[in-house]
Design a protein around this ligand. Structure first.
Ligand SMILES: Nc1ncnc2c1ncn2[C@@H]1O[C@H](COP(=O)(O)OP(=O)(O)OP(=O)(O)O)[C@@H](O)[C@H]1O
Length: 564
């Protein structure tokens, strides 16, 4: 409405001008002149208010749309599986978030608003031109096909190069993301030059497609301007001839020219923003592509009653049967079968690449298994929702993950109650977080940080040492309080004190829990209730350390070579 009012008020101005010229000037009517000026002033004020409302709401709408798209897109990305991120580059996805949604925001907030306003102005101006002089309007219509040709032909080119340059900008995102995150490795290997020449190539490519885009846009704008202005000049000449022949009053001609300039300006604006709108069309295609990617892990709805009963009789917490899995063609897990009873500590050992981490990934259902069964508390994991399946597990990865945020936020991470408690500044949440940190032997170093549990840890925990990160990860698993722990023991050795503290932290974590641990230390395998030996995806032996060391030559060799 504001758009229609603001466009109409500017159009009304023409009528005002016509009356001033014809009635005020030519008939020497001073009082009429004053009244007309007051009327025009009113039109200007109404027009300005309507412009304020139009601008405010259109720009607000642009912000709202991009905020909603960002939220939807982020939530969607969190549901996609690791397989998706093995092929996509995160830097490129970040670019879709930022540059594509920002583009949509400006286009909706500014370009579409301008295009709509100009279209309304154009239609109104044409109608009023027709009212003023049908004959002159007919001449103007003759020019329209000449204007549409460049809009059609050049607009297509603009769209093509816009999409291309947005894609290339996404490559910039990837390389910056990768280089800055791995800056220490880059600098340690003096690889700045290699990266900067790769970056130069990418920015040059962006520049090249941007130049093409700009060239076609400039041709579009100037072509439309040339044709429309020439048409106006010719029509003005025809109009002046009509005035001389007394077929038209001077006021009519002035009003007509006012509308013709408005219409010409409107066409010029549309041709300028059409390029932006084409660009936004490219951006939304890319966003839709992402939104239409569906996660490849589906929950089967039927419940497996038979298996549930069988498992409950045995009371296994985990039961793995004849598991088979491959990432690509070759089987990485091949016929693995084992049971885990509540409270057991199971150590997984095997050479690098044997498939230990893959078993964790399958338990957490990051990938679909090809054959076999995984029962969690007697339920087939494919019949459980991903959330209820994963509620059974707390993961402590080999390289502990720290999120940008405070110590307290990092520890609360896996426990929604604590996260909400922190959000509401509930003191009991802090007490529980501190208790978890004490059990993980993290309290001592946290309490000397400048803001204690509210200290910011920096992106990826850059402000912490390796051992400190591990203890935060352990505290997080303690705070999450899940029945089954999946520990991927760190391979890197730490100083004796840190080692001892981490071991004590892990002991408190494992207390009363069922644990599966990818073991890299002899002390871990010695204390395990059951050791599973994996070799090339197969389970080749199982038993206690003493049994296996005495009976299994390959285990003995493995322990002697790898663990001692
Ligand atoms: N995302 C993946 N895509 C394709 N192959 C993979 C992927 N992840 C692992 N693999 C392959 O699967 C096999 C098992 O890997 P996995 O990480 O489970 O071994 P691991 O026993 O945990 O090794 P490590 O002790 O070195 O971590 C390896 O041969 C590895 O190359």
């Amino acid at each position: 409405m504001a758009l229609a009012i603001s466009a109409s008020t500017w159009l009304l101005l023409g009528q005002g001008i016509r009356h001033i010229v014809d009635s005020g000037f030519y008939e020497n009517d001073t009082e009429f002149l004053t009244q007309a000026l007051i009327a025009i002033l009113t039109i200007v004020i109404v027009g300005s208010i309507a412009t304020f409302v139009r601008f405010f709401y259109m720009v607000w709408l642009g912000e709202r749309v991009s905020a909603d798209i960002r939220k939807t897109l982020f939530n969607h990305l969190l549901t996609l599986t690791p397989r998706f991120y093995e092929t996509e580059r995160t830097g490129e996805i970040i670019s879709r978030f930022t540059s594509d949604t920002t583009l949509l925001q400006t286009v909706i907030g500014t370009s579409i608003s301008m295009a709509l306003r100009s279209s309304v102005t154009f239609i109104g101006a044409i109608i009023l031109m027709a009212v003023t002089s049908i004959q002159l309007t007919a001449y103007v219509f003759l020019a329209i096909p000449f204007i549409l040709v460049p809009v059609k032909v050049l607009g297509k080119k603009v769209r093509k190069y816009s999409k291309e340059s947005q894609d290339k900008v996404a490559n910039i995102g990837s390389i910056v993301d990768e280089s800055l995150h791995e800056l220490k490795t880059v600098q340690a290997f003096n690889a700045q030059h290699t990266l900067s020449s790769r970056f130069d190539d990418i920015t040059d490519a962006v520049m090249k497609s941007a130049s093409n885009r700009i060239k076609y846009r400039a041709m579009l704008i100037s072509g439309v301007m040339l044709i429309s202005m020439s048409a106006i000049i010719i029509v003005a000449w025809l109009g002046m001839l009509a005035v001389l022949n007394s077929a038209l009053s001077v006021g009519q001609l002035v009003a007509f020219m006012f509308y013709a300039v408005l219409a010409g300006g409107a066409i010029a604006t549309v041709s300028e923003v059409i390029g932006e709108i084409q660009k936004a069309a490219g951006a939304s295609e890319r966003i839709l592509e992402l939104l239409n990617t569906s996660p490849d892990i589906l929950v089967q709805t039927s419940t497996d009653v038979g298996n549930t009963k069988a498992a409950q009789k045995n009371k296994t917490i985990l039961s793995i049967k004849d598991l088979q899995f491959s990432y690509t063609d070759t089987l990485v897990i091949n016929g693995v079968t084992f049971d885990v009873y509540p409270g057991q500590k199971i150590a997984l050992v095997g050479e690098s690449g044997a498939g230990k981490s893959t078993i964790f990934d399958l338990l957490l259902r990051f990938y679909n298994i090809q054959n076999g069964e995984i029962l969690v508390n007697g339920s087939n994991h494919q019949h459980m929702s991903l959330a209820s399946l994963r509620e059974n597990f707390a993961l402590v990865p080999q390289d502990p993950v720290i999120f940008a945020g405070t110590v307290a936020e990092n520890i609360a991470f896996g426990n929604q109650g604590l996260v909400d408690g922190l959000h509401n500044e509930d003191t009991s949440a802090y007490t529980k977080i501190e208790a978890a940190a004490r059990l993980a032997y993290a309290h001592d170093f946290v309490s000397v940080l400048s803001d204690g549990y509210d200290s910011e840890l920096g992106e990826r925990g850059v402000k912490l040492s390796g051992g400190q990160k591990q203890r935060i990860a352990i505290a997080r698993a303690i705070a999450a309080d899940r029945p089954i722990l999946l520990l991927d023991e760190a391979t890197s050795a730490l100083d004796a004190k840190s080692e001892r503290e981490i071991k004590q932290g892990l002991d408190s974590l494992m207390k009363d829990k069922t644990t599966l641990i990818i073991a890299h230390r002899l002390s871990t395998v010695v204390n395990a209730d059951l050791i599973l030996v994996l070799d090339n995806g197969r389970l080749t032996a199982k038993g206690s350390h003493a049994e296996l060391y005495a009976s299994d030559a390959s285990y003995k060799e493995f322990v002697d070579l790898q663990l001692l």
